[in-house]
Design a binder for this molecule. Sequence first.
Ligand SMILES: Nc1ncnc2c1ncn2[C@@H]1O[C@H](COP(=O)(O)OP(=O)(O)OP(=O)(O)O)[C@@H](O)[C@H]1O
Length: 305
Amino acid sequence: MHSGPNVSTPPGLMSALTLSPSCRPRLIGRPIVVTPSSSSSSGPPRRRVGLRGGGIAGIRCDYTCFEIKEVGYRPPGTQVNLLKDVSFSLREKSFGLIFGQSGSGKTTLLQLLAGLSKPTSGSVCVQRYTDDGAPKGTPHSLTPEKVGIVFQFPERYFIADTIVDEVTFGWPRQKSSMQLKEQLALKLQRAFSWVGLDRISLDKNPQSLSGGYKRRLALAIQLVEVPDLLILDEPLAGLDWKARADVVKLLKYLKREVTILVVSHDLRELACLVDQSWKMEMGGILRKDSNRRISTISSFPLIII
Ligand SMILES: Nc1ncnc2c1ncn2[C@@H]1O[C@H](COP(=O)(O)OP(=O)(O)OP(=O)(O)O)[C@@H](O)[C@H]1O
């Protein structure tokens, strides 16, 4: 389904890889974000023309939705319910935004979706639908291997001395066939291409990258094994205006490739990407919001919730 761009294996990458393709890249600690340079000639590849999530001009297709149903969460050993009956549905290849007051439970919800903790009640499922909206088959659970998550400020958690080691850190090392190594190298190259990092030397120290490039690297790590659902916690946090604009541009491209769910306070800048949005209210209650609200909000110069 994810037909990557036509890429060639970068020199030095093959020898660095002895990895299992079935393993998801490691989670990168708190936050994320990405930043393609608008002037970069190595920007995201152009691909897949047509109607998102559906077919091309009149052709209708089955589609998938991520369905969160009546999810509640109480941390072990406490009596406090951080989330209460949270329900929403996000269609594949769309961009969902959750916003709301600090402490309302947004990050807690993301952690549940990523499988970092388990809901006390409710379910997180993937359901297939026919083109006329009828459920097709039984829903299955969303497994952590199918979810990529990048928390805020991921660069704080970089630990390797080179980019290639950073990307492959924590993956099981094993003797693999040349064909397998080649597949992995191509996946890495595709991910780097998507985030505009394909011209950078893999021997560079991640800490020597600019802030924006560090964010791109964090995102690329999650995109090697293309996740069904990509979760971003405050993707614009801590970036200057130029980097923020670059991240928005990159996310606009990436939403054609993966389903993206973002938690952010930056409604104005993300408004152009949002297909569906929800407001998390204090006490862990999620309410559906309309795009009209987001676009209304977006007309204001600054949003603080
Ligand atoms: N393990 C826990 N035990 C008890 N309370 C917790 C636990 N984890 C988080 N909380 C509390 O749950 C509330 C929701 O936290 P969460 O980080 O999900 O909020 P948030 O909406 O993401 O906030 P922000 O926008 O500031 O990141 C906070 O009051 C937090 O202190």
